[in-house]
Design a protein around this ligand. Structure first.
Ligand SMILES: [Mg+2]
Length: 388
């Protein structure tokens, strides 16, 4: 049992959207295919991986450092003890050899991209959906094919006025989402409040709306925005300040009484643990958004979930960033609170199989094997095109 080929491609996911911090005009991502010598129904098992939007392609890290480590590894160093499947944990060790601790940079994205493909392979070899494999091997055995999802969007577009924002949000409601998320912090507070109030009228209740400042605010602004939006009783107020400014988050949590959310830009268990230790996050009302594709993958994510448990945090407080199928699987197999989805952005990545049903912001998956990519036609077609 061995890996016979690994390819990396860069794919553009550029668009003219902006959040409070960045433009997506030059956004791209790395996509990998790992081909094995295992054949099922006459076809080699191939696993696919990519990473979330918001971080650029990591081609050089992949092609110069991490892919060569996998190619040069001994076969037994990649397999489980029984020798009947690949071991994501052992592969993670191979990838991380000779890497110093700390300073995670974007190597965590490169490793997360390869890790995604490895879990696709492992669950395809087992011939089960990844969520079932996760529940049985790493969870309490219980899994579901139905999870909470919310529609993320509401970016700033050039010249985008409130009617266009509402059209976008109406589109999400028509798709079966009841909870939506919009950006804030890219316009003056008074304009953002108008945007929020108009979307609130559409979604009916604060519990159906999240707002995301993308780390834009200093403490004073974060508190000002918090005071202004608190009466709306929103589902959450996301990334008010810099992701690594735990004190800011902690101070904000003392003045803002509704839910805060953060964590998408913390790329290691150590950073996530610091958020839990020092960020003032409240176990009963706040949300954690760690994104495995950006943070060394699911092997690291399992450690993060264990760390949360040791700190008496429920896995249901995690709703990952990124909108991709590995997080759908983690949510369904390891009892997370749900997953983010970008119905109109960054496609064909993310989302879920085409025939999934979305009702009341709950998605029900059809039967699939592995990550579920083969049931998402546009993504499957893109993989075939990139790697043939
Ligand atoms: Mg965000």
């Amino acid at each position: 049992m061995k890996i016979i080929d690994i390819q990396e491609k860069t794919f553009s996911i550029s668009s003219d959207i902006k959040n409070a911090y960045i433009s997506f005009a030059k956004m791209d991502c790395s996509v990998v295919a790992i081909k094995t010598d295992i054949k099922i129904n006459g076809e080699n098992v191939v696993g696919y991986g990519f990473h979330s939007n918001g971080r650029y392609a990591v081609s050089e890290l992949l092609t110069k450092r991490f892919i060569p480590r996998l190619n040069e590894a001994n076969e037994k160093d990649l397999l489980n003890d029984e020798g009947n499947n690949f071991s994501p944990e052992k592969i993670s060790k191979v990838l991380m050899q000779n890497e110093k601790p700390g300073g995670h940079g974007e190597r965590s994205t490169a490793v997360g991209t390869l890790d995604m493909a490895v879990w696709d392979i492992v669950s395809k070899i087992e011939q089960v959906p990844l969520y079932e494999y996760l529940a049985k091997k790493y969870g309490n055995g219980e899994f579901t094919n139905k999870i909470f999802v919310y529609a993320a969007g509401g970016y700033y577009y050039p010249g985008k006025d409130i009617p266009l924002l509402l059209d976008e949000m109406k589109g999400y409601l028509d798709l079966g989402f009841t909870t939506v998320k919009m950006k804030i912090g890219g316009a003056p507070l008074k304009d953002d409040l108008k945007r929020i109030e108009s979307v609130l009228k559409l979604v009916g209740d604060g519990k159906n709306l999240c707002v995301d400042a993308n780390g834009r605010f200093d403490l004073k602004t974060a508190i000002e925005y918090g005071a202004a939006i608190e009466p709306y009783n929103l589902k959450w107020y996301e990334e008010a300040g810099d992701p690594l400014d735990y004190e800011l988050n902690s101070e904000l949590s003392k003045t803002y009484k509704n839910g805060l959310a953060t964590g998408e830009n913390l790329f290691s268990i150590q950073d996530s643990r610091n958020l839990i230790r020092y960020g003032g996050m409240r176990k009963d009302i706040d949300w954690l958004q760690f994104d495995c594709s950006l943070s060394y993958g699911l092997v690291e994510y399992l450690k993060t979930l264990k760390m949360m448990k040791e700190n008496n945090w429920s896995s249901t407080r995690v709703i990952p960033h990124g909108g991709h199928q590995i997080s759908c699987n983690i949510a369904a197999g390891l009892n997370l609170g749900g997953n983010e989805i970008y119905p109109s952005l960054f496609q064909p990545f993310g989302g879920f199989p085409d025939s999934s049903l979305v009702e009341n912001s709950q998605v029900t998956f059809p039967k699939f094997i592995g990550m579920g990519y083969e049931k998402k036609e546009k993504l499957n077609t893109l993989f075939k095109k990139l790697f043939n």
